[in-house]
Design a protein around this ligand. Structure first.
Ligand SMILES: Cc1cc2nc3c(=O)[nH]c(=O)nc-3n(C[C@H](O)[C@H](O)[C@H](O)COP(=O)(O)O)c2cc1C
Length: 171
């Protein structure tokens, strides 16, 4: 690929502030979790609500989600940068079991790990998956949503963690 195109793509995308989530999974394929910014709502009006996440094909979490056929998308609270770093392997906890050992969590109704303090946790069954180039596009059907009392989500943009601020209405 043209390296200038790749660099401009990455720079352009870094300007899109996104929320930060941890995709967790548990079951026969093991317990794994990975920090993602690729969580997207797909539909609120199908048989059940649905969402998608893109996870690198080499991530152990991706293969586990494909095997477990279920995952939980934990939308992090703005105070949870440490959890984002932990599940991105930036906090010296490369082993996924160590990641879970260093955060509070409990299994949801489908047995998927719900992280304490997440502003919203969407427990899903895997509906379909598509391997596109380097990433699995994972579509989940949402079975339950756990909401915390604090709605402020952690953001990531221009290569740094951020929080949303309210803009006054223009005249
Ligand atoms: C803010 C942020 C967003 C990320 N978003 C994604 C993503 O959407 N998909 C992905 O595969 N990796 C994403 N990563 C990278 C993974 O978290 C990281 O490569 C992974 O946790 C490494 O551990 P593993 O390979 O053992 O799973 C992101 C990292 C950070 C810090």
């Amino acid at each position: 690929m043209d390296s200038d195109l790749r660099a401009r793509f990455l720079e352009g995308m870094s300007r899109a502030a996104t929320f930060v989530a941890v995709a967790t999974t548990d079951g026969e394929g093991g317990r794994f979790g990975v920090t993602i910014s690729s969580l997207t709502s797909v539909s609120a009006d199908g048989d059940q609500p649905s969402l998608l996440a893109c996870v690198h094909h080499l991530s152990l979490a991706a293969s586990a989600i494909l095997k477990n056929r279920a995952f939980c998308a934990n939308l992090l609270h703005e105070g949870q940068q440490d959890i984002a770093d932990l599940f991105a392997g930036r906090a010296g906890a490369g082993e996924h079991s160590a990641r879970f050992g260093r955060t509070d969590w409990q299994p949801g109704p489908l047995g998927q790990p719900i992280l304490a303090g997440a502003t919203a946790s969407f427990e899903c069954r895997l509906a379909t998956a598509l391997l596109w180039e380097t990433h699995h596009i994972l579509v989940g059907r949402v079975h339950s949503v756990r909401l915390s009392d604090s709605p402020a989500a952690l953001l990531y943009g221009q290569r740094a963690y951020r929080r949303a601020v309210h803009l006054p209405q223009g005249d």
